[in-house]
Write a protein that binds this ligand. Structure first.
Ligand code: GLC
Length: 536
């Protein structure tokens, strides 16, 4: 069933992720800021044509994990601005019809958060139980075998109080104890604070981590390592049965959904969860049995398969089958934790990836810079900053977090100072200004795709139907709504392909941007690495 014409914004729109440190600096300190985002709202809403912005954390933080270690959930780090600037950003975004989604990090705080400072002060501090404290195992070592995602044990010994505390990520990011009702109340106050400031929704950081096994059982060894979408190092030696994803987490999201619904009278307020689960059924449960939990769990499944027609189709078909009745799909190909699309699939295929992402059924989330075809930047060792990469060589995320190149001037127009991470080497040609002038650029492709998607109901609201009668290097599907049919054909190979196209029609868009309005009859020829959108 296609979406009805009055479907909410988060189903019909396209989300764009901004990593504020790297978007646009207006103070000259080399780090992007909220005023920079305000300056670029016209680029986002008008020039590019996305519908919602997701801002990675901008809160006060010691920056051990670049803002994912929050020391005050209701403030703005002076590097990024202040609350008045944030309010201005929301108001100006709304004036332009853009929604604003903020990143909330409820699983852990910074060790510098006053809650943790109190909690670690003494064993009988009233905030002690706000975090996860345990006595050593009988041998004096950590309470169990749980591992930190970022390497090493998930437990840190605290000399002063003679207990270990849990940190699923860095030791500077202690996990909150979500089984304590006061923690739950405090974090719901945080959600309320931002809803009152008029945000349109939340991206929930590592949402499935909130509830752990109440018995703190050891994780069993992993009989089938290598199933993640990337190498996870030693973390992958265990089956993570007990250190995250406990049943009880669903109660938290039912409560959150009720809160969001209470604030949804004028427009729907929304929550998307960061949930890396590869079992479709476990993943789909985060929508809630009655669609009463998260509006969407992020779907990262496209990051996993080999970049081949059959494998990619299998993911899409798998998702379509796994979706609970009435749940809305979504797709992600890049974010601040993953290798850039162009780095992963190569330049030629990253254009095919753009067409895929913006023509599938479901809400796409774009990552800043991917619309320029920005490559993964090879950050030299002395400039590397990501704590994960510094702890586990090879897993660094700096290369996908480099500054947005705006033009060919000093530091690509990102800053008047020294950028905090190096720019892409090719910023003199790969930048917004240059690509806007080039009718065949990646940016032009994204702009045209976004316009076409917005203006074509079949593309933003239609059904999905895969096509079987195609060559093995091609993934092709129909999108249909109210009698309108659009066909998409993606060639994943470096060889040409010929795809049947019953009847007559015309080409709406080629990823090469040079075949507009070509008439079609009986078949369509695809060049190497070409993706096309066709109208019957
Ligand atoms: C999420 C974020 C990542 C962060 C981690 C810990 O995975 O996307 O950037 O390091 O959580 O908060």
């Amino acid at each position: 069933m296609p979406l009805p014409p009055n479907a909410p914004w988060w189903k019909t729109g396209v989300i764009y992720q901004i990593y504020p440190r790297s978007f646009k600096d207006t103070t000259g300190n080399g780090v992007g800021d909220l005023r920079g985002v305000i300056e670029k709202l016209d680029y986002l809403g008008h020039t590019l044509g996305v519908d919602a912005l997701w801002l990675s954390p901008f809160y006060p933080s010691p920056m051990a994990d670049f803002g994912y270690d929050v020391s005050d959930y209701t403030g703005v780090h002076p590097l990024f601005g202040d609350l008045a600037t944030f309010d201005a950003l929301v108001a100006k975004a709304h004036e332009r019809g853009l929604k604003v989604i903020i990143d909330v990090v409820p699983n852990h705080t910074s060790e510098a958060h006053p809650w943790f400072v109190e909690s670690r002060a003494s064993r009988d501090n009233p905030r002690r139980d706000w975090y996860v404290w345990r006595y050593p195992a009988p041998d004096g070592g950590p309470p169990n075998n749980w591992l930190s995602v970022f390497g090493g044990p998930a437990w840190e010994w605290d000399e002063t109080t003679g207990q270990y505390y849990l940190h699923s990520f860095l030791k500077e990011q202690p996990d909150l104890n979500w089984r304590n009702p006061e923690v739950r109340r405090a974090m719901f106050e945080v959600f309320r604070f931002w809803l009152e400031r008029d945000v349109d929704g939340f991206r929930i950081d590592v949402a499935h981590f909130l509830m752990k096994d109440p018995l703190f059982r050891d994780n069993p060894p992993n009989p089938r390592p290598g199933e993640y979408h990337k190498d996870m190092g030693a973390y992958d030696t265990q089956l993570h049965l007990y250190d995250k994803g406990h049943e009880d987490v669903h109660g938290v999201f039912r409560d959150l959904r009720r809160l969001l619904d209470d604030y949804s009278r004028e427009r729907e307020r929304f929550a998307v969860g960061e949930i890396h689960l590869y079992d479709w059924d476990a993943w789909a449960r985060y929508y809630g049995g009655n669609l009463d939990e998260l509006h969407m769990p992020f779907n990262f499944a496209l990051l996993r398969p080999n970049w081949e027609a059959r494998a990619v189709r299998a993911v899409v078909d798998g998702l379509e089958t796994a979706l609970p009745e009435g749940a809305w799909p979504n797709y992600v190909l890049g974010n601040h934790d993953e290798t850039r699309i162009a780095g992963r699939y190569g330049r030629a295929q990253s254009r095919v990836a753009a067409v895929l992402l913006l023509t599938l059924r479901g809400t796409p989330t774009l990552y800043y810079g991917d619309e320029l075809g920005l490559e993964e930047v090879d950050v030299p060792p002395d400039k590397r900053q990501d704590p994960w990469g510094l702890r586990v060589p090879g897993l660094g995320r700096d290369g996908c977090r480099t500054p947005m190149p705006w033009d060919a001037s000093h530091a690509a127009g990102f800053t008047t100072g020294e950028p905090w991470l190096p720019l892409n080497d090719d910023y003199e040609t790969v930048n917004v200004d240059a690509e806007l002038k080039d009718p065949r650029s990646m940016l032009t492709l994204y702009r045209r795709l976004l316009t076409l998607r917005k203006n074509t109901r079949a593309l933003h609201a239609g059904d999905y139907q895969p096509l079987d009668d195609v060559p093995p290097s091609v993934f092709a599907y129909l999108r249909q709504a109210d009698g309108e049919t659009v066909m998409i054909a993606l060639n994943f190979a470096a060889e040409p392909a010929r795809v049947p196209f019953p009847g007559q029609g015309r080409l709406l868009l080629s990823s090469h941007l040079d075949r507009d309005d070509e008439p079609l009859r009986e078949h369509v020829s695809l060049r190497p690495h070409e993706a096309v959108i066709l109208a019957r």
